[in-house]
Design a protein around this ligand. Structure first.
Ligand SMILES: Cc1ncc(COP(=O)(O)O)c(C=O)c1O
Length: 451
């Protein structure tokens, strides 16, 4: 962290603003959404307008009102450099960094490249520990239990490679886990000799009780680990994490909860959930930098896991002293992760989850009214949050997603294959109800005209 420098403040907001912008824009250097649209209509090269838009400083965010309305969320949107005309509905894959996160990343990167001495970088190391504390408080655990990783994939694999497992031991996984928590386990059976039992996904989501029973039935005296996903990335199935962790704990089974889709979206309280391991990525719902993530290791499980990497520059608290020797790090990115978390804390975790849920419910409500649409995501708030997947009638989903992006400026994900194929929309705090309406209107139009 640069001495005497504020974090989260962008210092390079002086880029020339094209003259067709409003008087106010020219005076303040600030570009409104309308200016952006006008510039695009006048054929100003996208790179110039995007750059001006992205580099300007946003007005400070007002305190979150008791009932946050569209005006408040539109002020939140201004805290992102997202192109104003883009409807980004792909949070489950990659979120834009918030301006505070982006500014911290740029500022600290410039700082370290301006002065890469050990002396200057000592401040960066302090910044890394600040991020650890921020993450601990965000997840409601202690800094001594936090490892800062590169992403969820790495965090999941640090667990599957680090627990002492041998022939005769069993690991229970869920069939719809991400490869980093599915293939990772099945491949490692070949090396370590343990076996994997899989609990199959049922669609539509049959409810928490169904899965509690299915996972409990799969447990045997040989079960050592239960590795499941808090919220799946495919159809957005939510799992009763607290209950599954409790049942496992009672049987001496370690739990790995893949939180790639819950960190930053849900108001996660690991103190309450009590998993042994929980993982997540900064670049998804927390709107942090790319290639940064977290692995929580419960104090109770710290003696049951080995480090997989030994190198220099360990962390300075608790298990990070032995487990986080990952060599030279991108400390500006780690500091930026802390700023992202601080920004979300300022808005409020519960308010963010509520907003994303409302937008997802509005999407499902609109999709339900369209003939031929089959929604794979259950609308019950106990079974889903804000990842919505559906089959858009007989339309070719790849063509539809390309048309949505190219003609309607809507970014989403596709899922191919016969198994619950279709489109996935994952709205977040930077989206608006107007965007959801525009998206629904576009899907409806393509359903009637074809693509
Ligand atoms: C449930 C789940 N786990 C793990 C990952 C891997 O995340 P990353 O690519 O950030 O390592 C993803 C990515 O989409 C995911 O959805």
């Amino acid at each position: 962290m640069g001495a005497g420098r504020e974090t989260g403040v962008h210092r390079e907001s002086t880029e020339e603003v094209p003259t067709m912008f409003s008087d106010n824009s020219r005076k303040t250097g600030a570009m409104s959404r309308r200016d952006f649209a006008r510039a695009a209509a006048l054929g100003v090269p996208a790179a110039a307008t995007c750059s001006a838009w992205a580099r300007q400083k946003a007005a400070p965010l007002p305190p979150t009102p008791a009932t946050a309305d569209e005006k408040y969320w539109s002020a939140v949107r201004e805290q992102f450099v997202l192109a104003p005309d883009l409807i980004a509905l792909n949070a489950a894959n990659l979120c834009p960094s918030s301006r505070p996160a982006l500014d911290a990343l740029f500022d600290h990167t410039r700082d370290v490249d301006r002065d890469p001495s050990f002396n200057n970088r000592a401040r960066m190391t302090a910044g890394k520990e600040t991020t650890r504390k921020l993450l601990a408080s965000y997840l409601r655990v202690t800094p001594e239990e936090i490892i800062i990783t590169r992403n969820t994939s790495e965090a999941n694999n640090l667990v599957s490679s680090g627990i002492d497992l041998k022939a005769g031991d069993e690991v229970i996984i869920f069939s719809d886990n991400h490869p980093s928590n599915h293939q990772a386990w099945t491949e490692k059976t070949k090396r370590f000799g343990f076996t994997v039992r899989t609990v199959e996904q049922v669609n539509p989501h049959p409810g928490a009780e169904f899965y509690i029973q299915a996972f409990t039935r799969a447990m045997t005296p040989q079960t050592r680990v239960l590795a499941f996903t808090h919220l799946t990335n495919t159809v957005g199935d939510l799992f009763p994490a607290r209950e599954l962790c409790r049942i496992s704990r009672e049987r001496g089974i370690l739990t790995l909860v893949d939180g790639a889709q819950s960190l930053g979206l849900m108001d996660v309280d690991l103190g309450d959930m009590q998993p042994d391991f929980y993982t997540g990525s900064a670049h998804k719902w927390p709107c942090g930098p790319k290639e940064c993530g977290v692995l929580y290791i419960n104090k109770a499980a710290q003696s049951r896991i080995w480090p997989s990497i030994y190198s220099a520059y360990t962390g300075a608290a608790g298990i990070s002293r032995t487990f986080e020797g990952f060599g030279q790090r991108d400390e500006p990115a780690i500091i930026s992760f802390g700023e992202a978390v601080k920004f979300f804390d300022g808005i409020g975790r519960a308010a963010i989850e509520k907003r994303a849920r409302e937008l997802a419910q509005a999407l499902m409500e609109g999709l339900r009214k369209m003939d031929g649409v089959k929604i794979w995501t259950h609308a019950d708030p106990a079974r889903s949050v804000a990842v919505v997947s559906f089959q858009p009638g007989g339309l070719d989903t790849r063509k539809l997603s390309a048309a949505l992006y190219e003609k309607d400026r809507i970014a989403c994900a596709t899922r191919g294959g016969a198994d619950r194929g279709g489109l996935r929309f994952s709205p977040h705090l930077y989206n608006s109800h107007a965007e959801i309406e525009r998206t629904l209107a576009a899907v409806k139009r393509y359903l009637s005209t074809g693509v």
